[in-house]
Design a protein around this ligand. Sequence first.
Ligand code: DX5
Ligand code: ZN
Length: 220
Amino acid sequence: MIQPFVAPSLLAADFSNLQRDLELINRSEADYLHFDVMDGEFVPNISFGFPILQAVRQHCQKPVDVHLMIVEPDRYIDAFAEGGASVIHVHYEACTHLHRTLTHIREVGCKAGVALNPHTPVSLLEDVLEQIDVVLIMSVNPGFGGQSFIPHTYQKIRKLKQLIRASQTSTLIEVDGGVGMKNASALVEAGTDILVAGSSVFGADDPQDAIRQLKNSHRP
Ligand code: DX5
Ligand code: ZN
């Protein structure tokens, strides 16, 4: 039985009670904290950056999975690594020299992630898979929490799984956007290793139980 890793997304937390929500994550079965950085240019929204990461590091005991929805991510990789990121995802669509960027992320001691917008085919990663620790498949157009899951995502997960098998790398597949109990098992069955969940966790009556349920979506 393979259980997925679960990464609750901070974007859906109550920012006026950040410490409380981080302690809740600490007590839960979550494997990561997903940290969405939006710059108002790559995506039509602005979220949070370094001061919040600093505050998060003070209270959060889980590894931080940083999702950079920003243009020119190379400029900030060192700073996010120093800020305590365990994984740094850059968007394929924002990187001209992706191989160089991924090498840089590993050099600063982080796991290297590549995020794909819904329209970006997974086949574009074929020649760089060895440099990627995690592929973050966006199952919504990035920029906002609480959007509806795009069903075409399943095909992308299956195709990517084949590519990973063929290249014999240990790259993980992470899915982000509209993930909850209604689709978690199907996502895991298709090949997802890490489930990101914002509103389905923090919007639940019992967020810890929501995390436990996501964690129990497994494939044989
Ligand atoms: C969307 C972000 C997601 C978001 C997911 O641009 O990258 O991580 O927080 O939120 P839900 O789970 O509510 O779709
Ligand atoms: Zn995200």
